[in-house]
Design a protein around this ligand. Sequence first.
Ligand code: GH3
Ligand code: MG
Ligand code: MG
Length: 390
Amino acid sequence: MLHLDVLSSFALCGAGALVGAAMLRPSLTPDSRDAEALRICRAAYAALGLGLVLPVAQDLPLPLWSQAVMVLGTLAGVITIGWALAALSGMRAPLAALWPTLTAVLCLVLGAWPEGTRGMSGACALGLAAASSVLCGLGWRLLLRPRDVHERVIGMTMVLMLLSSLLRASYLFTWNGPWESHLLHVPPALVTPYALLYGVLPVVFATLLHNVIHARLLARLHQRAMTDHLTGLLSRHALAEGAAALVERARATSGRLAVLMVDLDHFKQINDRHGHTGGDAVLREASRLLQSLLRTDALLARYGGEEFVVLVPVTDVALARRVAERLRAGIESYEWSEVLPGLDALTVSVGVTLLSPDEALESALERADEALYRAKNGGRNQVQMGLAAA
Ligand code: GH3
Ligand code: MG
Ligand code: MG
């Protein structure tokens, strides 16, 4: 049967923590608060690692100073990792709150010193129970309202640590054997489970933290890919994803989906006269205006430079034309000189079509583009319809 002794588990735990310290890379995240939390977590892992690895380099019984280093490293490590977790879970845990807590840990260890190994055992068990209770308190959201599976596992691991710490403290109170210099006072049958738990916990935590940061990074990248940087509208990529849901809904309600291609007229001249920054301001305002002229069930995306695509659920082609006309008139009647002094007028041309059942969006977009081309050739500032196949 597997048998792990206490010192081996501390060595494992310490080595795991040092590996964790090396694994946690603050540069992984562009979020400065997350990066700070990771940096502090890394320092905590280093403290935990050194606190556990240094003492076990000696023979049993460990000298009192070595026990003190172990208790200090363990408590400082666990508390600081807890702080970092709370910060990562969105709580604005001030860095200043860490220092009084760590000073209290130091006082606890110094206060326990005259009591020798018994004192250190008590300081370690009670300190761990208190620290893991605070940790669960700070990270309760991870447990009760996790945003993903990683946060849920972190929450569950925290509870496991709390329960094991409380159990350890309760055994300590009823202990009547000799005081062990490794400070773990549990029945022999529990030594291996505790050794395993302590051995794997740091690496488990470090891996989970990594996963949480990675998941956030992915969500951020996805968000960036879905949003147009200049206007805040949906990107072309997001249009393709959002269109699928709209098509599905239109099908379910036997409605139709209108596809509108909207292009600002003579936009190049605006850039030439007012500079690129002026052009950008017009693009942003035109986007905001178009969005405000649409209902919330429509999708508006920036398709290209000064070209927008609107997908809007309609009942028939007449309604599709009315929506397009509303956008055209809204842009035409807007006070553009308030956005860009000297810009007296701005107009758009719109090509409209209906998406046929089972038709790919790309082919409807091509038809809307052809209609837009006709609107441009017809003198601009107008709506042209592209006939749907069905
Ligand atoms: P038309 O009426 O035929 O559409 O003429 P136009 O000048 O609007 O069209 P054209 O395609 O000739 O020029 C589009 C211009 O849009 C050229 C390009 O520099 C500008 N543009 C594209 N993206 C941006 C952007 O992000 N910011 C700014 N300021 N200009 C952009
Ligand atoms: Mg244009
Ligand atoms: Mg264009």
